[in-house]
Design a protein around this ligand. Structure first.
Ligand code: PGA
Length: 261
C-alpha cells in the first residue's frame, strides 16, 4: 500500500529572513508548476523559528506547508528560550520535527523527553516527525535494530487515544553517520530498518495504523540518490537537510518520488 509521500526540508540553523523568503518562493513556484505531483506528494519546509511568521505570510494556504524544528514539552509559562506548540500553530506550522539527532547529541535530549514532546505536539495540534537513528559505532556493533526499537518504544506510549490521530504520526529514520556527511545508507540498509519499524508499529499499534504511518528516510538525500531510496517499499518520503537549502536540488528530490502508482 502506498501512503501519500511526504518530503520535508529541514533548514536547520541557516539563513536570515530574506534568504528564507527567497528559498521558499522558489520552492513554491516549482511546486505550482508541478500541479499533478502536488496531489501525490506533500511538501514541507522547516525554517529557523525566526523565519516562520514571515513565511506564513508568504505561503498562506499554498501547497508548501510549514513545520518547526523543535518545540517545548510545556504548553506555556516560565520556560525561557522555549517555543510552545501553540506558538508554532500560530505562525502556520502543521508539523514539528522532534528528537533530531543533533538535539539528542548537542542538547542532551533523551528518549523520555522526546516521548513527552510527542504527546505535547499532538496536544497542541501539530503532527510530530519523530527522528530515530543509530550512531556509527552502534551500527558497527550490530546494535542498529536494538537502538531503533528502544527509541521507538519510548515514544509510542505517548500517542493519543484516537486512532485517526495516531495514524498521522510520522517517523523519520536518520542514521546519525549519514547526516550531513555525504555518506548514504544503502537502499538495502534503509529498507531493512524501515521494514523493522513498520513491523514494530504493527505489533504495537495494529496492522491498520502501521500501514498508514509514514516512515521517512533522512541522511545525505540528494537529487542523485533520492529515486533509489524513494522506490523502496517502506520509504514514504524524506527528511532533507543540506539539499533543502537549494531550491533546484530540493525540487529535484521532490521529482524523484515515483508518481506511477
Ligand atoms: P542531511 O540532513 O540531508 O544534510 O544529511 C538530514 C537531516 O539532518 O535531517
Amino acid at each position: 500500500m502506498r501512503r501519500r509521500a511526504l518530503i520535508v526540508g529541514n533548514w536547520k540553523m541557516n539563513g536570515l529572513i530574506e534568504t528564507g523568503r527567497g528559498l521558499a518562493r522558489e520552492v513554491l513556484a516549482g511546486l505550482t508548476e508541478r500541479e499533478e505531483r502536488k496531489l501525490l506528494c506533500e511538501v514541507v519546509v522547516c525554517p529557523p523559528f525566526t523565519g516562520l511568521a514571515d513565511l506564513n505570510q508568504i505561503l498562506g494556504s499554498s501547497s508548501l506547508k510549514l513545520g518547526g524544528q523543535d518545540m517545548s514539552e510545556y504548553p506555556s509559562g516560565a520556560h525561557t528560550g522555549e517555543i510552545a506548540g501553540i506558538m508554532l500553530r500560530n505562525v502556520g506550522c502543521w508539523y514539528v520535527i522532534l528528537g533530531h539527532s543533533e538535539r539528542r547529541a548537542e542538547r542532551g535530549e533523551d528518549d523520555a523527553l522526546i516521548g513527552r514532546k510527542t504527546a505535547a505536539a499532538f496536544r497542541d495540534g501539530l503532527v510530530p516527525i519523530v527522528c530515530l537513528g543509530e550512531t556509527l559505532s552502534q551500527r558497527e556493533q550490530s546494535q542498529t535494530l536494538e537502538v531503533i526499537e528502544a527509541q521507538l518504544l519510548a515514544v509510542l506510549p505517548h500517542l493519543p487515544d484516537s486512532v485517526s490521530k495516531i495514524q498521522q504520526l510520522v517517523v523519520a529514520y536518520e542514521p546519525v553517520w549519514a547526516i550531513g556527511t555525504g555518506k548514504n545508507a544503502t537502499p538495502q540498509q534503509v529498507q531493512e530498518v524501515h521494514a523493522f519499524i513498520r513491523k514494530l508499529l504493527a505489533e504495537q499499534l495494529g496492522e491498520g495504523s502501521a500501514a498508514k504511518i509514514r516512515i521517512l528516510y533522512g541522511g545525505s538525500v540528494k537529487p542523485d540518490n533520492a529515486a533509489d531510496l524513494f522506490g523502496l517499499d517502506d520509504v514514504d518520503g524524506g527528511l532533507i537537510g543540506g539539499a533543502s537549502l537549494n531550491a533546484t536540488d530540493f525540487l529535484a528530490i521532490v521529482d524523484a518520488y515515483p508518481n506511477d502508482f
